[in-house]
Write a protein that binds this ligand. Structure first.
Ligand code: FES
Ligand code: FES
Length: 152
């Protein structure tokens, strides 16, 4: 039996301990904002926060989540999350949208660690999040805007 919190609510899972966290989030908890892209930790569509750090949930066995706090796009909050969401909407970052929950989860984590990131910081933190619609310029701009909005 694996016990963890998902967006602040206690969850238990007693299936196969090798089940990917992404499957548990989408199929058991029915939270479908976190996406399946590649399944092999190469695209970032499945990014969630586990105990305050980004994790690729497609390659995270649920057994490793025991005792952890998991946040998904449906539950992430706090000043960085609010600033990122507002900045995303303000300049219409998404195109098809498929990659965007993963992008946002990575961007929030970046700002939690580096409140005023440089372009290099952004490129480094976001490198694992692929966007087939190539919204990279708007993602970078939105992160700068979110950082600026939290200053002072
Ligand atoms: S689906 Fe997990 S990194 Fe692509
Ligand atoms: S917005 Fe379409 S894949 Fe990123």
């Amino acid at each position: 039996m694996v016990t963890f919190t998902l967006n602040g609510q206690t969850q238990t899972f007693d299936g196969d301990p090798d089940t990917p966290l992404l499957w548990v989030i989408r199929d058991f908890a029915k939270l479908t904002g976190t996406k399946y892209g590649c399944g092999v930790a190469q695209c970032g569509a499945c990014t969630v926060h586990m105990d305050g750090s980004t994790r690729r949930s497609c390659v995270t066995p649920i057994s490793t989540a025991d005792g952890s706090e998991i946040l998904t796009i449906e539950g992430v909050d706090g000043p960085e999350a609010e600033a990122v969401k507002t900045a995303w909407v303000a300049i219409d970052v998404p195109q098809c949208g498929y990659c965007q929950s993963g992008q946002i989860m990575s961007a929030v984590s970046l700002l939690q660690n580096i409140p005023k990131p440089s372009d290099d910081d952004i490129d480094g933190a976001m490198a694992g999040n692929i966007c087939r619609c190539a919204t990279y310029q708007r993602i970078r701009q939105a992160i700068h805007n979110a950082a600026a909005s939290m200053e002072g």
